[in-house]
Write a protein that binds this ligand. Structure first.
Ligand SMILES: *Cc1c(COP(=O)(O)O)cnc(C)c1O
Length: 367
């Protein structure tokens, strides 16, 4: 009997368990922020940024960052149509409008030329999401941002371990955000991180993240503004500290799994996978296969095949503009077309070669 092959599953060792146990046993009173501070320090050092604020989610980190930039009703924020809703939802929380543009056909990340063309007097930011750990064209996006005086934000939730021309994903924009949800490469169960090199933005988000209480404020229970409650707990941060000590192992394993698939699939006619351009390293959070239309391979056929083989592979993100909450932008041809012939492959830390072969066999059976 073949056992079920999971889609993602965290790698939790004795180290995570020891730290979480210590936090639950001793991390109270005066010591209730120790692991949080340590996790933030480790994350900053890894990314090469000045500031990091641990949060309860990436969604919360994005919400606070956008709020700190003063984004509100009537404003527009540009992002790729192909995305998880968490990248767009915080824009709507603030009463602003997400503007969806098409993706590049190979990296499935935002098309910089289309992002620039979508800029209006209402545009307040462009969110570059490094989809599936692939990298956005950051040089071009940052140039566009400078030309128009618009901040570029990086949602790097899927890209811990990705490097663009020597810089880590999440460290290049006005601010960056990460997720430590259970499906992500580094996990704390639920959790996120806000990172920036901007002194003022850091101060504002720090205040927002503490119910609007500025750190210089000496009056007790005195918020200087209405803030948010998106804090990470010390126990979650303890797990994060252990994962940070293992970050090279966690990201290297993701790449190893990706390379294993790529060596056996990417040479097949009509099959492409996540691209890795020269001068970049992709974290390969999620290995994807995309089939050319002439292969006749469809999402539906893949879904049936994988279900029969008891493999929990998943569909590619739907275009956000196809969801009931938004207006369709069918001009976004790649975003609307690619998901119909694409699939995410299982890539959890402990997947075996034999299990990867079962996935590969499933794909071969569809071709
Ligand atoms: C997972 C993910 C999020 C949401 O993260 P949460 O921590 O669940 O809020 C946001 N953006 C991207 C790109 C993601 O992959």
């Amino acid at each position: 009997m073949n056992s079920r092959i999971h889609y993602t599953k965290p790698s939790i060792t004795e180290l995570e368990i020891a730290y979480a146990t210590d936090a639950a046993t001793n991390g109270w009173g005066d010591r209730c922020y120790e692991y949080i501070a340590r996790f933030e320090e480790a994350f900053k050092a890894h990314l090469g940024v000045k500031y990091a604020i641990a949060t309860s989610s990436c969604t919360g980190a994005l919400h606070m960052g956008l709020a700190a930039l003063g984004i509100g009703p009537g404003d527009e924020v540009i992002l790729a149509d192909t995305n998880w809703i968490a990248s767009a939802a915080p824009i709507t929380y603030l009463g602003a409008k997400p503007v969806f543009v098409d993706i590049l056909p190979d990296s499935w990340c935002i098309d910089p030329a289309l992002a620039e063309a979508a800029i209006t007097p209402h545009t307040k930011a462009i969110i570059a999401v490094h989809l599936y750990g692939n990298l956005c064209e950051m040089d071009e996006l940052l140039r566009i941002g400078e030309r128009h005086g618009i901040p570029i934000i990086e949602d790097a939730a899927e890209a811990i371990g990705s490097i663009y021309h020597g810089k880590r994903a999440g460290s290049m924009g006005r601010f960056g955000t990460f997720s430590f949800h259970g499906t992500k490469t580094l996990t704390t169960g639920e959790g996120g991180m806000f990172v920036t090199n901007d002194d003022d933005l850091y101060e504002t988000v720090l205040t927002l993240s503490n119910h609007g209480r500025a750190r210089w404020q000496t009056k007790q229970f005195w918020p200087d503004m209405v803030g948010f409650k998106y804090k990470m707990s010390n126990i979650q941060a303890a797990i994060g500290c252990a994962q940070m000590e293992r970050i090279e192992e966690l990201t290297a394993r993701k790449r190893e799994i990706f390379h294993y698939y790529r060596a056996r699939l990417a040479a097949l006619p009509g099959v492409t996978m996540n691209p890795e351009r020269s001068g970049t390293v992709i974290s390969a959070w999620m290995p994807n296969v995309v089939f050319t239309p002439d292969t006749g391979v469809t999402r539906e056929r893949l879904q049936v095949t994988f279900a029969q083989a008891d493999i929990d592979a998943r569909v590619f993100f739907w275009p956000l503009s196809s969801l009931p909450s938004f207006k369709p932008v069918s001009a976004n041809r790649n975003a609307w077309d690619i998901p119909g012939r694409a699939f995410n492959l299982p890539s959890f830390h402990e997947i075996s070669d034999e299990q990867q072969h079962r996935v590969i066999d499933g794909i071969l059976a569809c071709l």
